[in-house]
Design a protein around this ligand. Sequence first.
Ligand code: UDP
Length: 236
Amino acid sequence: MMKKGNMLYEGKAKKIFETDNPDLIIQEFKDDASAFNALKTGTIVGKGVVNNSVSCKIFSFLEASGIPTHFVEKLSEREMACRKLDIIKVEVVVRNVAAGSLVKRYGFEEGADLEFPIVEYYLKDDALADPLMNESHAMLLNLASAEDFVVLKSQALKINALLVDYFFKRNLKLVDFKLEFGRHHDKIFLGDEISPDTCRLWDVGSGKKLDKDRFRFDLGDIEESYLEVQKRVLAD
Ligand code: UDP
């Protein structure tokens, strides 16, 4: 049994704790929600439980499919044990269908299928409002090397192919999602979470949005939608 130690960090949706093993941390998922760079905040009751169970299930699926992830084990309703990563401050977004900032920034029609997936990079920096950037920006900021980007991009596209299929089998369309990676003993692992907070997921039949957009745009049925995603992801 690992011992939960001091809190290392508190983010918008999670708390990170050290453990008695220097290689491991505990992620604890909260019900707090934020959007638009924390301009909008609130609570989604039960979200932490959903995001932990969905993340644990998806990380173990990815791990079994050959993707190195930080996931070690589910500890409780809201806690997962993870390898301790040195997070690379690059948010990797993969898109299959036009939505969100892609529509706003470039004028794609919302819901349009993209002929091939788009991979985008954002600087993980709240004070700068996570600006869109390319590999040169990231390399000049010493965040990642050209070799690191080969790994980030190829892993992101592999994860996308696996997850599009995984969600489609559960009647969910994976529109887009955000990944974070980190280093652990010189190797790059997938970190953070994969949940309705970080993915756009639409019901295949009706197109109903079942993700954080319900909170962002006050669409109602927020808790029910998160629970619906949990039900479909955990069903096997
Ligand atoms: N995303 C995220 N965290 C962020 C920014 C984006 O998890 O800080 C996710 C978001 O939920 C969506 C995808 O990345 O699934 C693409 O987001 P987009 O660029 O459209 O920005 P948004 O309009 O969601 O802010």
